[in-house]
Design a protein around this ligand. Structure first.
Ligand SMILES: [Zn+2]
Ligand SMILES: [Zn+2]
Length: 106
């Protein structure tokens, strides 16, 4: 009897310093309507890192994500962007500029 191979829950180390949630974060669609909440203010303008899910004003207001890391998404002319200062709270932005070409301060 062995007690091995029960440690597959551990997330793999990201070699490039890119957090695991970043991939799903950039693939999400934002500024749609929240399925849980009614207008107004139900646009999905935020992303909860811990839930790996977009969130609207009401989602945040309900306190569901109070302890979570939430990013605010800004609508750029062509793209949805995040303020670099917001990102830097969570990750080292010097490594991810390649993923966010628009991620710079004016
Ligand atoms: Zn909502
Ligand atoms: Zn959350």
């Amino acid at each position: 009897m062995s007690s091995s191979s029960s440690d597959q829950d551990e997330p793999a180390e990201q070699p490039e310093g890119k957090p695991e949630w970043l991939d799903s974060f950039v693939q999400r669609t934002y500024f749609g309507s929240c399925e849980l909440h009614e207008p107004p203010k139900n646009q999905l303008t935020k992303y909860c890192i811990d839930c790996d899910s977009p969130a609207c004003f009401h989602c945040i207001d309900a306190g569901t994500h109070a302890e979570h890391r939430v990013l605010k998404i800004y609508r750029h002319v062509y793209k949805d962007v995040v303020l670099r200062s917001e990102m830097e709270k969570h990750i080292d932005c010097s490594k991810i500029q390649v993923f966010f070409p628009n991620l710079r301060t004016p």
